[in-house]
Ligand binder design. Structure first.
Ligand code: SF4
Length: 429
């Protein structure tokens, strides 16, 4: 709980077996990170259930190819499990490369491949030689840990591409955006802001991602990392190998969005860039505040429960909700660290329940205890909210509404208002 108690949270550990954790598996973690690389082939080596579970898993939009939306799978059957699935995998990769002519291919291994021990790396090496494109094994058997381990596996897969090609010219004041997945086109909103400031965006990893841009990512001056839970590891590897510094930002809520722009201008020590950032923030504030004040007057006194994947997002949500008068009474995440939870503790009011790696029973209990009016979470939290008869705001990777940037803040306020104030809830309780 936030407030006077001095206890630190127990986090960053494997889930207790049998606890029915809200966390996803390693394979799912790797899939959500790599999915938005739109000109690559994504092949799942495993049973069809793994592919169905992660089919079109993000609302990530593409400004060009849409190869990422096709979730191919080797559909392993009993016979393959007994005699091995290698021939099937080899044949599938060759056939799909001939069909789609992708820039690269990611081959995901799943639980059953981890058990039967197919040599996926060898097949990837063989096909890469034959076809002349990177074929990257993503070693992600679901049982090997949690979603967070999948993030690490995905970072390792991306890192095999970084530095393998250079474009003829990369501007000096250029950044890579890490950890924005272009949900509902959010990345395009950010690109506009950076363009107005005179910042060149070199590679977007992985929202609306392109293999060639990722290969050239080592030529950027700075890595700007949003979803730090998933991308810090890649930023660290790029720092060690290419000496590219990184900064952690959040694009949710006015305060954090503005800080993200200022921090980039500060990094480049460019007065003109900073002046443009200030101008942009001033204009957006003037445009947004009257509308947000309207929502605040009506929402003050409402209580929210937050349970999301990354703790950094939870921190931004607490600030954004406060701006529209909503108190956060439960704040939790699947993958937060001790430092993240310490920040949340400082930010939240006395009595807020702070929780790591929860399960449906616990969450339902907390929500009832704190009398929350709205639940903000992802696909697995939606049924919990609806079963209790509570409004739900989808802030996860499937959503179709941009919630990042200044436009996103208005959309967020609208959604919270429409949901929390809906008369339907009085009939469900
Ligand atoms: S836990 Fe294993 S079987 Fe289930 S989706 Fe993940 S990789 Fe597939």
């Amino acid at each position: 709980m936030a407030g006077a108690n001095e206890r630190t949270i127990d986090c960053n550990k494997a889930s207790l077996a049998g606890s029915v954790s809200q966390r996803a598996c390693v394979f799912c973690g790797s899939r959500v990170v790599l999915y938005p690389i739109v000109d690559a082939l994504h092949i799942i080596h495993g049973p069809i259930g793994c592919a169905a579970y992660t089919w079109d898993i993000r609302g990530s939009l593409s400004s060009g190819p849409e190869l990422h939306r096709l979730s191919y799978c080797t559909d392993l059957q009993e016979r393959d499990v007994i005699f091995g699935g290698e021939p099937k995998l080899y044949k599938s990769i060759i056939e799909l490369i001939d069909l789609h002519k992708p820039k690269a291919a990611f081959i995901y291994t799943t639980c059953i491949v981890g058990v039967i021990g197919d040599d996926v790396e060898q097949i990837c090496r063989t096909v890469a030689k034959e076809k002349g494109i990177p074929i990257i094994p993503v070693q992600a058997p679901g049982f090997q840990g949690s979603k967070k381990d999948g993030y690490k596996v995905a970072c390792e897969a991306i890192f095999t591409l970084v530095g393998t090609k250079s474009k003829p010219f990369t501007p000096a004041k250029s950044i890579n955006i890490l950890g924005d997945f272009n949900l509902a086109g959010e990345l395009w909103i950010l690109l506009e802001y950076y363009k107005k400031m005179g910042v060149h965006v070199n590679a977007t990893i992985t929202g609306d991602g392109r293999v060639d841009d990722i290969c050239n990512a080592h030529n950027a001056a700075l890595n700007v990392v949003q979803c730090s839970g998933s991308m810090n590891y890649l930023a660290k590897m790029m720092k060690d190998e290419y000496n590219i510094p990184s900064m952690r930002v959040s694009y949710f809520g006015i305060e954090d969005m503005s800080d993200a722009l200022y921090d980039v201008a500060r990094f480049f020590k460019d007065d003109d860039m900073m002046a443009k950032a200030r101008e942009l923030v001033k204009e957006e504030f003037a445009r947004l505040m009257p509308e947000l004040t309207w929502y605040k007057e009506r929402l003050t006194g409402k209580k929210a429960a937050i349970y999301v994947g990354g703790a950094f997002k939870a921190i931004s949500l607490v600030k954004a909700l406060r701006l529209i008068g909503v108190e956060s009474v439960i704040v939790g995440s699947q993958t937060g660290t001790t430092e993240d939870y310490e920040l949340i503790k400082q930010l939240c009011d006395e009595g807020t329940i702070i929780v790591d790696d929860s399960n449906p029973v616990e969450l339902s209990h907390f929500v009832k205890e704190k009398k929350a009016d709205i639940f903000i979470g992802g696909v697995k939290e939606r049924p919990i909210a609806h079963k209790i008869g509570l409004g739900f705001c989808d802030h996860n990777h499937e959503r179709k509404e941009p919630l990042a940037g200044y436009e996103g803040m208005i959309n967020f306020a609208k959604e919270i208002y429409a949901t929390a104030m809906s008369p339907v809830w009085k009939f469900t309780k």
